[in-house]
Design a protein around this ligand. Structure first.
Ligand code: TMP
Length: 272
């Protein structure tokens, strides 16, 4: 506790010019539920969209039912889980390609979905934008959908960089595959963007507020170049009893079934 106090004090006192933010997307920037109904993730938006063929919904839900319990199984190690996660992504990606998704349809998919940002996310991101704090959104979801969600809620500002799985399109705007290396739940580390000019923006920003909902998210700050003060905020949304101990061991602050950005918002609210 004293260590967390010290970390928060250092981050607050160093101010915006030393800060960068790294956040997972699904169930971290977005809500888990709203009015008693589960909110859609990037994948959920496509799974439930009427613009997607029925076979996609059926097959992707079967894959979700098989692989999601493995993702959150507290008894399996990360090494044991990785081959299953790769298997999951490969199958789902193949399935999406079969659907011949048009780039044009994404806006409607997102606007008709029930995906929502956590309460206070717009305010937090707006403050970070005004203070020119770089924000990395690091997601094992689908970049094109995620970007559309950020646009939909007017928070995709020029200080925000997204690292995720992006669609490749043909010249008719039909999705034909994915670009670059696969980002899955357990290979998130900033090495994935070492070649990017985003790192130039991070010079002198030794303090990091990192937010995630999976133990895999802790790695998101691994590529930060300078020795850093990393405050890790973990959202524990599911299998709370079984996973609380490991979340407490790995995150500095653990928020149970919190649907807000209250904690990060109050820290940033103290900063100059
Ligand atoms: P995140 O990195 O933004 O949290 O996104 C990854 C989440 O997406 C992770 O919890 C697994 C989930 N997921 C689905 O819900 N459906 C899928 O088909 C796949 C491949 C992943």
């Amino acid at each position: 506790m004293a260590r967390v106090d010290e970390l928060v004090t250092t981050i607050v006192e160093s101010g915006f010019s030393s800060l960068q933010v790294i956040a997972d997307f699904d169930r971290t920037l977005t809500r888990v539920w709203y009015n008693g109904k589960e909110c859609e993730t990037c994948h959920g938006i496509m799974d439930n969209s009427s613009l997607m063929p029925a076979f996609f919904r059926e097959d992707s839900n079967k894959l979700l039912a098989k692989y999601y319990p493995i993702e959150i199984d507290p008894k399996m190690s990360e090494e044991e889980k990785i081959p299953y996660m790769i298997e999951w992504y490969e199958q789902i990606h193949e399935l999406i390609v079969k659907c011949k998704v048009s780039q044009e349809s994404l806006e409607e998919m997102v606007s008709s979905s029930n995906a929502r940002l956590r309460d206070g996310t717009e305010e937090l991101l707006s403050k970070l934008h005004s203070a020119e704090v770089p924000v990395l959104v690091f997601s094992a979801g689908m970049g094109d959908i995620l970007e559309q969600v950020l646009r939909h809620f007017n928070v995709y500002t020029d200080n925000v960089k997204v690292v995720s799985n992006f669609f490749k399109y043909n010249d008719k705007g039909v999705m034909i595959g994915f670009k670059g290396d696969l980002v899955h739940i357990f290979n998130k580390n900033e090495n994935a963007i070492h070649s990017s000019d985003y790192f130039d923006k991070l010079k002198g920003r030794n303090n990091v507020i990192l937010m995630g909902d999976s133990l895999g998210d802790i790695k998101m700050a691994m590529g930060v170049p300078q020795p850093s003060n990393v405050l890790k905020i973990g959202f524990l949304n599911d299998k709370v009893e079984e996973r609380l101990e490991s979340y407490m061991d790995n995150f500095d602050i653990v928020l149970i079934d919190d649907q807000t950005m209250g904690v990060a918002g109050s820290i940033v609210g103290l900063m100059k």
